[in-house]
Design a protein around this ligand. Sequence first.
Ligand SMILES: [Ca+2]
Ligand SMILES: [Ca+2]
Ligand SMILES: [Ca+2]
Length: 268
Amino acid sequence: MNQKTRVSICALAVGLALSGAARADGVKFTDPTGDDKGPGGYTYPTDAVYSPGSFDLVEFEVTAGDNPDFRATFNDRLADPWGMGVGFATQMVFIFIDTTPGKGHTKGLPGLNVEFAPDAGWDKVILLSPQPASRVSAEVKAKAADLAADIVIPRRTTGVGKTVSAKVKLEDLGGGDPATWGYQVVVQSNEGFPDKSDLLTRKVNEFEGQHRFGGGNDGDCDPHVMDVLAGKGAGAADEAQAQYDMLKFECGADGSSVKRATLTMIRK
Ligand SMILES: [Ca+2]
Ligand SMILES: [Ca+2]
Ligand SMILES: [Ca+2]
């Protein structure tokens, strides 16, 4: 074996060592602008804090490494009108992750009024909220105890510019390679005074109000979500229609659910 071969074998060994459990690639998706209206006709609350574009997801990224940032970027600069102290206030983001195809939950979280398709069950969900982690944790315990083991609450979630982000260790998601996972990113609004069964989510009614989205139903048969990923997650214009189709729902005359909006997972 000559010197050169020995050097390259050595480099290969180092490369293999680096590509062990700790190494993980990032992944990035984009979402079209202007589709921040749920199934197609939702409107923002009337209070000025809900600024145009503030619930319009434009990009979702998981950075590389074993302690990646989970980043959701919106179509407006973040603001903190409610003094949350973390750089944003009105948004709340649910990052549903399918780490193990064929397994996982098909029911959503309380307050979202969505479910997941049978082949799109989620294994973990990360909650990006401007509320203190202790508050989010208490809400989960009170309202989603049966799913708590799979709900990940980052220690600290912050907003900078147009991006809300938090670090989560891959081991807290069961390990694996984020580039191979399926994702669904659900944009909601942080509601500090939620309904008794709602997990810090803001309601969508028939007509918008000062702090209520409009264009839906006064019952809980409508998906309480403003924007999600759809199609290939590449930001193409037709992904807006794919989202509206995915969020189709049916209500009974009394506001009960006849057919829930059913989400799928987006993967690279
Ligand atoms: Ca969008
Ligand atoms: Ca509703
Ligand atoms: Ca979308």
